[in-house]
Design a binder for this molecule. Structure first.
Ligand SMILES: *Cc1c(COP(=O)(O)O)cnc(C)c1O
Length: 318
């Protein structure tokens, strides 16, 4: 038994009983003009049982980690190992989760050690995460070959979470987003931001055809549909989903003045804080498609705010 077992049990009880995040209605003149109703599923407001939150263990990252943490614990692991970029929401979430639930954590970081003192990695270290840096080049090879063996060997005792946290248990956690989103409203579309595609794949499974999942890729390129199909595997339900790849704003973590204006404007007018990597591109995309008349009038759209606010620290990177 770990010495911190009692504290951990308290945390687990809290984790299992986290209240569903709120659904809030968005009001705006352009929505009325098009007769479109927009709800926001506020996973950014999930209330977590921790004293040092920093928005890190929240949003879709907590959904993706939930069953992984339970599995790691049940299987007796004491250490979590994962991978990510220097501003990765997933790395920050794993670091925070380790701190809360009493796991040691190791983060394999893309890039050189110069990043070690950026706000995200400083937070991760404060949570107790051990950081190992891998050159961009080596990291890319490792990712393309899906070859984490070197690290697996080095940390043979660790429970391995892939980059971005996407695996079957992550999909199981994200599937719960479906029932939660459909409990109070009947959206025709559920829109969300995609990186690895794990969150939307889970949502699609959970929906089982009850609504249309519309993903907005935060990355440039058209590979994501294929990736989501792969993640869904044999159990792929009817194709009640699509990926829009038009709102990446130049690629992953790239921003434009238009995007930042939009983000600041929504915060000022609606009091909703977005992050520049994922959710700002999503909201921009949905609003733009509404203005273009892409959605039939009378449509109800649920936009999932997947959190990621710790990534705003990257806005001020030098
Ligand atoms: C990681 C992240 C995503 C992407 O999730 P995937 O499951 O990798 O597609 C979307 N939004 C936010 C805020 C994130 O942090």
């Amino acid at each position: 038994m770990l010495p911190s077992a009692v504290i951990m049990d308290v945390s687990w009880e809290l984790l299992k009983n986290i209240a569903p995040s709120p659904l809030t209605a968005l009001t705006a003149a352009f929505l009325d003009q098009r007769d479109i109703k927009v709800w926001i599923k506020r996973d950014d407001l999930l209330e977590m049982p921790l004293e040092m939150d920093d928005h890190a263990f929240s949003g879709n990252k907590w959904r993706k980690l939930k069953y992984n943490l339970m599995a790691a614990r049940q299987q007796g692991f004491r250490q979590l190992l994962t991978f990510g970029g220097a501003y990765s929401n997933h790395l920050a979430a794993v670091a925070a989760a380790g701190r809360i639930f009493g796991f040691e954590t190791v983060g394999i970081v893309r890039g050189d050690e110069a990043a070690a003192f950026n706000p995200t990695l400083t937070f991760a270290r404060q949570c107790g995460m051990e950081l190992q840096f891998v050159s961009r080049e080596a990291y890319r090879h490792m990712r393309e070959d899906r070859n984490w063996e070197e690290w697996r060997r080095m940390y043979a005792q660790a429970y391995i979470l892939p980059e971005g946290g996407t695996n079957d248990l992550a999909l199981q956690g994200c599937a719960e987003l479906a029932d939660e989103s459909l409990a109070e409203i009947q959206p025709d579309y559920i829109a969300l931001s995609c990186g690895t595609g794990g969150t939307i794949a889970g949502l699609i499974k959970g929906l089982a055809g009850r609504s249309f999942a519309l993903g907005f890729s935060a990355l440039k390129g058209d590979f994501l549909s294929e990736e989501v199909t792969r993640l869904l595997g044999d159990q792929a339900p009817a194709r009640n989903w699509a990926i829009n790849a038009d709102y990446h704003f130049g690629g992953y973590a790239k921003v434009t003045p238009d995007l930042l204006d939009f983000m600041n404007d929504l915060n000022r007018r609606q009091g909703i804080l977005l992050d520049q990597v994922y959710t700002a591109k999503l909201f921009f995309g949905v609003f733009d498609l509404i203005r273009q008349g892409h959605f039939p009038s009378g449509s109800v759209i649920c936009i999932v705010h997947t959190g990621g606010l710790q990534g705003r620290k990257g806005l001020f990177r030098s």
